[in-house]
Structure formats: structure tokens, C-alpha cells
Ligand binder design. Structure first.
Ligand code: LMR
Length: 394
């Protein structure tokens, strides 16, 4: 049996981690996988998380199993964080999952149960795992235009035109904020129009929100998802704590499933419990416990919000600096988009050949589609990237 397995190409983002580690050069720069790095190049444990971890170590007295969908305190805290204090709590079922990826997977599993013939609509471009996870679970995948490669903004007209082909019950994957890989988000008015369109098409939104707090602020970054929650009868949200709590390897995420009537939420909760049991039984607990402590303790929460604001400010500073260094070198405004984009990523417009050339010559690793992880830069390395991009002819 094992002999017959096909050779699978490695994931294009994850393979960069090893390739970067294997590169013997001293002067090299990892702008591949989406992790935040501080000025000294490390991915720090956030201060509030470290304090919570210490408290947990002091107070935790057992490691016995917890709930099949995780702790209610965590799930409710995440509903408040993502959907706000006015969320329709009685209509929301939820399940902890191994990271944002696990939450998306469980969301798709739920779709399989409720609407097995749904097509999954994925933005083009998107995080590559969206398409491959949906295909892996046997769904037909459709793409909708998302990005205007010329102006480097969201292609809202193209998006609406393509989404007009959505059928009743189809699922539309949306990035809640800090779009990965483009960095181009929808504005408030566009979210409003999108809600109308999804309502008219009777489509189900599956919002992947993995960078809340990295764009304009915790509440600001949730504008779109909260608006959809206020308008749509049903919705799925997959929220990750990997980036905004810096607990990547703890695999902490949650799936929220909002049904039309509160009377249905109980059976949705039962299905989510069943799906966790079938896929992995109990979800990881350590990270979600830390997140709950940080979100619910006033002091820890203020410290976390302050640190998140530092990260956000740093990202914006790096974006402005990169845009300005590119402007100085090219005399052109065409890189202004870098400062306008939000979150960790921007698509710089490099072809795969240019990405390879930059890696060979400068030891700078970016994803083959030209995605740069701005959060991997520092004041010292921004000029190195600007030189590399210009020398590759971008
Ligand atoms: C990324 O896009 O780099 C991150 O979300 C990490 C991953 O799992 O791909």
C-alpha cells in the first residue's frame, strides 16, 4: 500500500522554513513563513502570555481531559473578541480546534455534513491551503477575483462579478483582515455591499480571521466580520490565536458557527462536538487556557493590547520605510501600496524567476508568488530588501 502513494509536492510556504535553515550564508533574510519577528530577529513570547504561563504553571493541578470542544470560557472569550460584545451569543455554536487551520478544517467538515454539494469559493489569490484543504475534503473549488495586480488594491468589482455566480448554499471563504498574501483589505463600504451580495445569493460566508489586531486595531480589524454577523442568517468564522497571541506552536484556534435561529444552535453544537471527536477528540488546551487568562484578566489584557499595538506600529513603520526606500531608488510612486496595505504580507509583484534570483544573490527568502512577510523585516534589513527588489528589476 505505502508503495503506491503518490509523491506530494511540499507546501510552498512551509518548505521555505527548512531551505532557509539549510542556507549556510551568514547574511540571509527569511521573509517566507508568516511569523512576527522583533528588531533582533526573534519571535518573542508576548509578555502577557509569559505571565499567564507562569500563573498557569503555579495553579494548574491536573492535565486530565477537558471538554471535547475545549473550555467554554475560551470559546466565549473568543466570540467576544472576534464578534464583539453584541454578538448573537444564543445563535453561536463553537469548537476549539488545533489552530486557525484546524478551525477551517472543522468548518469545512461542518459544511460537508450540512451542504455536501456546496462549492467552496476561494479568493484568487489566497493562502494556498484554502484551496487545497477544500479539494482534499472533496469539494469543488471555484475562484473569485480578489486582487487588482495593476493597482495593487482589492479588485472589488471583479470580486462581485465573480461572486454573482455563487449558488444557494455555496460557501465563500473571506479573509477577515490583513489579507494573505496580498495585504489589500476591503473597506467598510465594500464589506457592506458584500453582505448584500451574499444575502442575495444565499451564500454562507466562511471568514478566516488570523491577524486580528495586526491591521488597524482589534475592533477595527473585525469591522467586516462583525458586519456580516449582523446581516447574514448563517455564518462560519475560523479564528486563529497563532499570530495575535504569538503562540504559533500551541495550535490554538476556534470555529464559530452562527445559525439563523437560536433553536438550531444546540444541534450545531452537537455536530461540532461529534466532528472534533471524529477528527482528533480533544483539542489542544494549553494555548487556549493562556488566551482565556489574557483576555479575562484586566491587567494581562492591557499588557497584551499594548504589545499588540507595538507590533502593529512596528509593521506600519516598516511598511512606510520600505515604500520610501523603494521610492528613493526608483523615483516612482508605484510602491506606495506597501504603506497602504495592512498586516504581515504584501505581494511585491516579483515573478517566480525574480524571487529565485533574489534568493540566489541576496539570500532573501520570499514565497514564489512574490509574497513578502513584512513582519520578518527590521529597520536594518529594509534597505537590503529594497536593493534586492530594484536589482531584480521589479
Ligand atoms: C503563512 O501564511 O505563512 C502562515 O499562515 C503560516 C502557514 O501555515 O502557512
Amino acid at each position: 500500500m505505502l508503495n503506491s502513494l503518490p509523491k506530494r509536492p511540499p507546501d510552498k510556504i512551509i518548505k521555505l522554513i527548512q531551505e532557509f535553515r539549510d542556507d549556510p550564508r551568514d547574511r540571509k533574510l527569511d521573509l517566507g513563513v508568516g511569523v512576527y519577528r522583533d528588531a533582533s530577529g526573534i519571535t518573542p513570547i508576548m509578555r502577557a502570555v509569559k505571565t499567564a504561563e507562569k500563573r498557569l504553571w503555579e495553579t494548574e493541578s491536573t492535565k486530565t481531559y477537558t471538554g471535547m470542544v475545549g473550555e467554554a470560557a475560551f470559546r466565549h472569550a473568543m466570540v467576544r473578541l472576534v464578534l464583539g460584545r453584541n454578538a448573537p451569543f444564543d445563535r453561536i455554536a463553537s469548537a476549539s480546534a488545533p489552530g486557525g487551520t484546524g478551525a477551517i478544517h472543522q468548518g469545512l467538515e461542518l459544511v460537508k455534513e450540512g451542504s455536501p454539494n456546496a462549492r467552496i469559493w476561494v479568493p484568487d489569490p489566497s493562502w494556498p491551503n484554502h484551496r487545497s484543504m477544500a479539494a482534499h475534503l472533496g469539494f469543488d473549488v471555484e475562484f473569485y477575483r480578489y486582487f487588482d495586480f495593476e493597482n495593487r488594491n482589492a479588485d472589488f468589482d471583479g470580486m462581485c462579478e465573480d461572486l454573482s455566480g455563487v449558488s444557494r448554499g455555496d460557501v465563500v471563504i473571506l479573509h477577515g483582515c490583513c489579507h494573505n498574501p496580498t495585504g489589500a483589505d476591503l473597506n467598510r463600504g465594500q464589506w457592506f455591499k458584500l453582505a448584500d451580495l451574499l444575502l442575495e445569493r444565499e451564500a454562507v460566508a466562511l471568514v478566516d480571521i488570523a491577524y486580528q489586531g495586526f491591521g488597524d486595531g482589534l475592533d477595527e480589524d473585525a469591522t467586516g466580520v462583525r458586519h456580516l454577523a449582523s446581516r447574514l442568517p448563517e455564518m462560519l468564522v475560523a479564528a486563529s490565536c497563532s499570530k495575535n497571541f504569538g503562540i504559533y506552536r500551541e495550535r490554538t484556534g476556534v470555529l464559530l458557527a452562527m445559525s439563523e435561529q437560536a433553536s438550531v444552535a444546540g444541534s450545531v453544537q452537537g455536530t461540532l462536538t461529534h466532528l472534533n471527536r471524529q477528527n482528533f477528540s480533544f483539542p489542544p488546551d494549553h494555548g487556549s487556557r493562556l488566551v482565556t487568562m489574557v483576555l479575562e484578566d484586566g491587567e494581562l489584557r492591557s499588557e497584551w493590547e499594548a504589545e499588540l499595538a507595538e507590533i502593529r506600529d512596528n509593521l506600519r513603520m516598516l511598511r512606510s520605510m520600505l515604500a520610501s526606500e523603494l521610492h528613493q531608488r526608483t523615483g516612482s510612486d508605484r510602491f506606495g501600496f506597501v504603506a497602504e496595505h495592512r498586516g504581515m504580507f504584501s505581494l511585491m509583484g516579483a515573478s517566480p524567476e525574480q524571487v529565485n534570483a533574489i534568493r540566489e544573490k541576496f539570500g532573501i527568502y520570499m514565497v514564489g508568488d512574490g509574497r513578502v512577510n513584512v513582519a520578518g523585516l527590521s529597520k536594518d534589513t529594509v534597505p537590503m530588501l529594497a536593493d534586492a527588489l530594484v536589482s531584480a528589476g521589479i
